[in-house]
Structure formats: structure tokens, C-alpha cells
Design a binder for this molecule. Structure first.
Ligand SMILES: [Zn+2]
Ligand SMILES: [Zn+2]
Length: 144
């Protein structure tokens, strides 16, 4: 839990927290001293502290804090960092996979073209075989 000074809106340093005796509102020491010099009222609820000495106005506060929030945040930060690394890896893998898929398509197309060429060559070969047989037949007729 962060304790915020309602005057400067910053987090109150651990040894700087004071509470106004009349109302209990908490500020940091520097801010409230500054405020009370200008106006002897609580900056939050306007309760009058006039007529009391400074010792009677302010109560020093010493909070016992634990840093469990900070711990959780650090754990989450660590998790997020790990997750982004994983995401990056996945992203790279996806990119590689895409490149491979593209290559696969290209190879498949080339294979298809080669098959067509082979079929064409087969046809040509068959035609040539027929031509050759005819020519042989012709030759044997002429010589016979
Ligand atoms: Zn302050
Ligand atoms: Zn107050």
C-alpha cells in the first residue's frame, strides 16, 4: 500500500509521515509544515488547528510496511518478460514456417511442371517411335 500526501500527491517517505491531531489526515512533514505557515487549517477538511503548538498539531506516524506488492509486481514483470521472449520465439517460428510453406509451394509447382514436361517428352517419344516404325516399314518395302 502506498501512502500519498494529498498536498503534493507524492508517496510519503517512511519517516516523513505525520497526522494532523485535530482530524487525523496524513501528510508528509515538509508539506504540512509549509501549509500551516500559510493557513492554520487542515488542507483537506479545513479544520482549525489554530491555538495549538506545533507539537500538539502533528503526530509523527511510523508505518510497518511489507513489500509483498512489490514482490508480486516483480514476479509479474518477470513473467511478462518470459512471455514476450516466448512470443518472439513463436513469431520467429511462424515466420520460418511461412517461408517453408512458400518454398514447399514453389517446389510443388516445379514438380508439377517437371511432370508435365515428362508427359510431353513421353508423347514425343511415342510419336517418334511410330515415325521410326513407319520409316523402317517404308525402307523395307523399297528395298524388298
Ligand atoms: Zn507532500
Ligand atoms: Zn483534516
Amino acid at each position: 500500500m502506498k501512502i500519498i500526501c494529498s498536498i503534493c500527491l507524492a508517496e510519503i517517505a517512511r519517516n516523513e509521515a505525520v497526522s494532523l491531531a485535530v482530524c487525523g489526515h496524513v501528510f508528509d512533514l515538509t508539506c504540512i509544515l509549509h501549509c500551516l505557515q500559510v493557513n492554520k487549517r487542515c488542507p483537506l477538511c479545513q479544520q482549525d488547528v489554530f491555538g495549538t503548538t506545533q507539537e500538539q498539531q502533528l503526530i509523527r506516524m511510523y508505518f510497518s510496511t511489507d513489500n509483498s506488492d512489490e514482490k508480486t509486481i516483480n514476479q509479474l514483470k518477470f513473467k511478462i518478460k518470459n512471455m514476450s521472449t516466448e512470443m518472439q520465439q513463436l513469431h520467429n517460428q511462424t515466420k520460418e514456417l511461412k517461408a517453408l510453406t512458400k518454398k514447399h509451394t514453389e517446389v510443388k509447382q516445379e514438380l508439377e511442371r517437371s511432370r508435365e514436361l515428362i508427359t510431353l517428352l513421353h508423347e514425343k517419344y511415342s510419336n517418334l517411335k511410330v515415325d521410326f516404325s513407319m520409316a523402317k516399314l517404308d525402307l523395307s518395302k523399297k528395298s524388298g
